[in-house]
Design a protein around this ligand. Structure first.
Ligand SMILES: [Zn+2]
Length: 443
């Protein structure tokens, strides 16, 4: 049976960026059938859902996360996770005492927070995919899950990890909302070129992309220029990595001369402004990327680094950071920023024909925001993109739908038990602390 969602505003993000006030979204099963003005669609036959006082828009896409790392929230304060030393001396040391059993409640809390704050799709990269997968499946979210690989310059480790990655990619074949990708932590530096050459056939076999970290500093470029006489981006083209979709988190030090080639490739720079700022890593050259035509998306990175999953807050931070970087108000427009958090992320994950906008034929992945909550007034005459980026937060989200199924209705989760997941996460954190203290005593 058709559902007709009727709201005060419908921001479609379609090609013409149509805004309907008031508008309706008509849904049949998991697909959008029609989007348009309420006076034309409200009397269609089907179950009518009254969303008065709400704005409907496409669900947000978080293009860079590490969901298990919510377990470490607040632990790495004072360290830069964008440098090897900072990461090794904070997170890596803790990861050695954490274990797979601590992962499910962390992933459940992460998914619950993302849903509550309006994210419907995310791209995750980490170890423990066997523990992550069932929780994401249960959450109902759409996701690209990338099997994390660090080669440790050890061929035995490489062979073991690639066998595990292959088993994971095999397991997720046919999943309706989840795709499996490869997740080399960072190319060239901690995934050697011989490891990359072994990863490529797997990506080919399973139609997988690569979810990587790139140029948080100039490390990969320096390494590649010294060893191969080329930049990291040029080496990604030469090795064949960029024949596959690539989500490249951060790109803080991406050089302008590499941008035209990356604009031609299935490459997406994922900007995580809070994480970059908190690490003191600086601001990515987003304005130049847009000028060159590079696809861009937004991410939160791990919440030991950014401390929160609110993509509305990330939108605001990204926009203000770019104005600061360029010394120019509105250096990257509010509309471009909303596009990054919807269409840009969708394109980056190879899902542009499925999600990212509210259009007939696309999946019914959408969110509603409470227009009566503080931050919207005065409603009349205000640009909707400016309001979304600068005035409101993820806590304005009331309802979240994926594939025509509500994951959040009137701010209540329907698929996840957040209080229970949170209690289990508290227990895991207490156990983690006990192990860390015991380790400190031994040293
Ligand atoms: Zn990351």
């Amino acid at each position: 049976m058709q559902q007709i969602l009727c709201a005060d505003m419908v921001l479609s993000m379609n090609t013409e960026r149509k805004l309907y006030q008031p508008g309706c979204v008509v849904i049949e099963d998991d697909r959008i059938v029609e989007v348009g003005p309420q006076e034309r669609l409200k009397n269609q036959s089907g179950h009518k859902v009254d969303l008065s006082g709400r704005l409907l828009m496409p669900g947000l896409v978080n293009a860079h996360t590490h969901t298990p790392m919510v377990l470490f929230r607040g632990i790495a304060e004072g360290y830069s996770l964008f440098s090897f030393d900072g990461w090794y001396n904070s997170i890596r040391k803790i990861e050695y005492v954490a274990d797979a059993d601590m992962t499910p409640p962390a992933v459940a809390v992460s998914c619950a927070e993302m849903i509550r704050l309006g994210t419907t799709t995310f791209a995750d990269q980490y170890f423990y995919m066997d523990q992550i997968l069932p929780v994401v499946r249960r959450s109902g979210m759409r996701a690209v899950l990338s099997y994390g690989i660090v080669d440790e310059k050890d061929d035995q480790v490489v062979d073991r990890e690639l066998a595990n990655a292959a088993a994971f990619l095999e397991k997720v074949q046919g999943e309706p909302r989840i795709k499996g990708w490869m997740g080399p932590h960072a190319l060239f530096e901690d995934n050697r070129i011989e490891t990359i050459r072994k990863e490529l056939p797997l990506a080919e076999k399973y139609g997988a992309g690569f979810h990587i970290h790139m140029l948080t500093n100039s490390g990969e470029d320096d390494f590649c220029r010294q060893n191969f006489g080329k930049s990291a981006a040029q080496m990604m083209i030469e090795t064949g990595v960029l024949k596959h979709p690539v989500l490249a988190a951060h790109c803080v030090k991406l050089q302008e001369e590499d941008m035209p080639a990356l604009a031609e490739a299935p490459f997406t720079a994922v900007i995580c402004p809070s994480a970059a700022m908190r690490s003191g890593a600086g601001a990515a050259p987003l304005k130049a990327m847009h000028k060159a035509g590079v696809n861009t998306a937004l991410g939160t990175d791990n919440v030991a680094n950014s401390n929160g999953y609110d993509l509305f807050r990330e939108m605001s931070t990204a926009a203000k950071l770019m104005s600061t970087r360029e010394g120019q108000p509105g250096a990257v427009s509010a509309r471009e920023i909303v596009e990054m958090a919807t269409l840009g992320g969708a394109r980056g994950m190879g899902l542009a024909d499925q999600i990212g906008s509210l259009e007939a034929g696309k999946k019914a992945d959408l969110i509603s925001l409470n227009l009566n909550e503080v931050g919207w007034a005065p409603h009349s005459g205000q640009d909707v993109y400016t309001a979304l980026v600068y005035s409101i937060s993820g806590m304005h989200v009331c309802d979240v739908m994926v594939d025509g199924e509500w994951l959040l209705k009137d701010t209540r989760w329907t698929t996840l038990d957040y209080p229970q997941a949170r209690r289990q996460l508290e227990d895991a954190r207490i156990e983690l602390q006990r192990r860390m203290d015991r380790n400190d005593e031994r040293l």
